[in-house]
Design a protein around this ligand. Sequence first.
Ligand code: NAD
Length: 487
Amino acid sequence: MKKYQLFIGGKWTDSLSGETFETINPGTGEVHALVSQGGEEDLNHAVKAARKAFESGPWATMSPSDRGRLLYKAAQKMWVNSDFLAEVESKDNGLPINETKHIALPSTIDVLEFYAGLANKVQGDTLASPHNRFNYTLKEPLGVIGAIVPWNFPLMLTMWKLAPALAAGNTIVIKPAKETSTSILELAKLFQEVGIPDGVINIVPGPGSTVGSALASHPDVDKIAFTGSTDTGRLIMQAATKNLKPVSLELGGKSPNIVFDDATLEDAVNGAMFGIYFAQGQVCASGSRLFVQESIYDKFMDLFASKVQSIRVGNPLEVTTQMGPQVSAQQLKTIEKYVAVGLEEGAELVTGGQRGNKNGYYFTPTIFGDVTNEMTIAREEIFGPVVSVIRFKDEEDALRQANDTIYGLASGIWTNDLKRAHRMARGIQAGTVYVNTYSMLDSTTPFGGMKQSGFGRELGVQAMDMYTHSKSVWIDLAEKGLNWYGG
Ligand code: NAD
């Protein structure tokens, strides 16, 4: 069985306690690797190493162009090893290998290439100063970044933080989710091989309640970038008050995907499926509240249900698999609990609702019909392959129900009416609006939430602002200096 150590200051090392934890392949339920379990002292060492690399050594003095070149080299190394990385990741989190290889990995590497290109484009401003003064801003890195990431897309969500942070000249300490540390540790090996200096990237796997919380409250960490649940986001924000470090939070969602009666039916059905069943529903932006206009409800549901029943659920490492297992036994139990609550509260179980009949953590793609927006399964994030289908009357009703949620991450609109699409895009309270598509991502396009889905925008040029600050510089050009008090 493969063993993984912590990565601190460029060295692979066992945790000080010597403890390890098992990481399980959700496709089989079997242990596939042993990982060194970090603790608070290990985390302190990692922060020290990151601080040292930020303040002295090659990273601190490297020109932005050279930094960008190194990151680009790391991206090329990732392309060469992308099949391997995809397999490690699919073994860890159960994402079907087709989705890891053809969607998650290429988009992750694209993010790295995008920010590699931005490394030498970080610019301050020359300001409109009076003739006897010169003002400009320096755009500087923040220092040591703490990144805490979930298990659903470990490499991708790490890269959303790592790439802009490093491109701007910061160093980083990463705390992976316990379920999925191995692909991130493999990534560090590749970065080391291309010559990213020691201490620039540090990785401390371990529990969120100890390592994650120590990172969030650490007095020598300058920013926390977090992706995970809304409840944990609250704890991170509280922990960060210790030294008032800035925080960016990418949290949960209960995103509305709205189908109007003038939509192209087949496209809307396909989009609704991709919106909820991609990655087994373990997507923060998944379209888990599916609003269907009442005039087409029955027609839509007939086609939707028959297509959903044909999804091939199976071993994530087989190329024919369309939906893999949930990430853990715990997650499977949570989904079962929500299915029971849905039935209790009177929703109609149209299809699915059961575990798969093999080893591993499989669940059948599930549709609940006749859901109301007040039911628990329409209000709480299930983070599994369960969609709640809700009827609506007209545009006003759709908008009101869609916005009636604590979340605001993503949304979808299916219509062929151009004016309606734009009206809805303005009205919906969400960080992303998809029109006649769903779950699109691009390195160039900012991603993030409103309301309790968090704040801050990852991806795009804008994300560089989360990893830099502006320093104002004042230079007196007057022949005689300031002498307010005379004499
Ligand atoms: P989680 O909040 O349980 O864990 C996320 C990370 O936080 C893990 O690394 C975990 O170990 C760590 N953590 C847990 N408790 C902590 C604490 N007290 N202090 C510091 N760190 C702690 O989330 P999860 O179950 O791993 O992931 C699923 C959640 O993530 C869902 O709610 C999903 O919507 C959300 N998510 C959001 C986005 C987004 O971009 N908005 C993307 C993916 C996932």
